[in-house]
Design a protein around this ligand. Structure first.
Ligand code: CP
Ligand code: NVA
Length: 307
């Protein structure tokens, strides 16, 4: 069987996502019932981090262990990757010693090059362009709370960053709509987002218009990792792109609020929204664990049928 990677959301089909969501539900129920399930006994995950992380590291590490396998944490600070070893060479070596690799890095090109030289599946744990594991968790969270996302509207308020790009790809694969509002100069770049067309997204100058009627309102930090030098300029440009209670009132009455975290209360979201009744951010964070266990199982064992 050809090696499959999960480097961006469009790498999997709608049918495959159906399978992953079903497995996530099953794995979550098993976890909640304290039932042991060790299909990945003696399988090892290498996790390469070139940027900080709390949720991604913890969910992959705990998830791999819960499935009976193990994980190894590697950071640029203490590996030869930080001293200029070519990513192609690192891929050759690392993928001869473990069964699967997760990478959090800067440009998407780095992970693409790694995957091209890897003998084992590679998972994107966040790049400048995409964060597919997070959107997998977000959509699973939406389904748990509201049912199918097909035909629904997601409002993206703020930066056209890795999360925004991934939502836009997901909308094409799973057939829903994304209303995007960014400050001028920070608009979506369809090519960088890896989109096939513009059928599933609409841009709005006013964030309130993007939020109107939306079934899910979501946002992220104004300055992503790797862009810290732009922080002051971004704080000025994004000042009106804060998700507040008025925006949530304009959304659908049953609207959910999501944020991949970490969040900055008083910047991209008001505390009363992220800590309020529409917010599902803690379920969203927890679901990283369950969907990534389904992803690890799928990439290593293929389609395991749910009994
Ligand atoms: N949402 C997310 O990926 O969090 P971490 O940066 O803590 O991994
Ligand atoms: N867009 C953010 C997400 C962090 C999980 C970043 O890339 O820093």
């Amino acid at each position: 069987m050809a090696i499959r990677h999960f480097l961006q959301f469009r790498d999997f089909s709608r049918e495959e996502y159906g399978h992953l969501f079903a497995r996530s539900t099953w794995l979550k129920a098993k976890f909640k019932a304290f039932e042991t399930y060790h299909p990945l006994f003696d399988r090892h995950l290498a996790m390469i981090f070139e940027k900080n992380s709390t949720r991604t590291r913890l969910s992959f590490e705990a998830g791999m262990q819960q499935l009976g396998g193990s994980s190894i944490f590697l950071s640029t600070r203490d590996t030869q990757l930080g001293r200029g070893e070519p990513v192609e060479d690192a891929a050759q070596v690392i993928s001869r010693m473990v069964d699967i690799v997760m990478i959090r890095t800067f440009e998407q090109d780095i992970i693409e090059r790694f995957a091209a030289h890897s003998r084992v599946p590679v998972i994107n744990g966040l790049t400048n362009e995409y964060h597919p594991c997070q959107v997998l968790a977000d959509i699973f969270t939406f389904i748990e709370h509201r049912g199918s996302i097909q035909g629904k509207t997601v409002a993206w308020i703020g930066d056209s960053n890795n999360m925004c790009n991934t939502w836009l790809q997901a909308a094409e694969v799973l057939d829903f709509n994304v209303h995007v509002s960014t400050p001028p100069g920070y608009e979506v770049e369809p090519e960088r987002a890896g989109l096939f067309g513009k059928d599933n997204f609409e841009e709005f100058a006013d964030p309130m218009d993007a939020a109107r009627g939306a079934h899910l309102v979501t946002t992220d930090v104004w300055t992503s990792m790797g862009f810290e030098a732009e922080n002051e300029a971004r704080k000025k440009a994004f000042a009106d792109w804060c998700v507040d209670a008025d925006m949530m009132k304009a959304a659908h009455p049953q609207a959910l609020f999501m944020h991949c975290l970490p969040a900055h209360r008083g910047e991209e979201v008001e505390a009363e929204v992220i800590d309020g009744p529409h917010s599902v951010v803690w379920d969203e964070a927890e679901n990283r664990l369950h969907v990534q266990k389904a992803l690890l199982e799928y990439l290593l064992l293929g389609k395991v049928e749910t009994q």
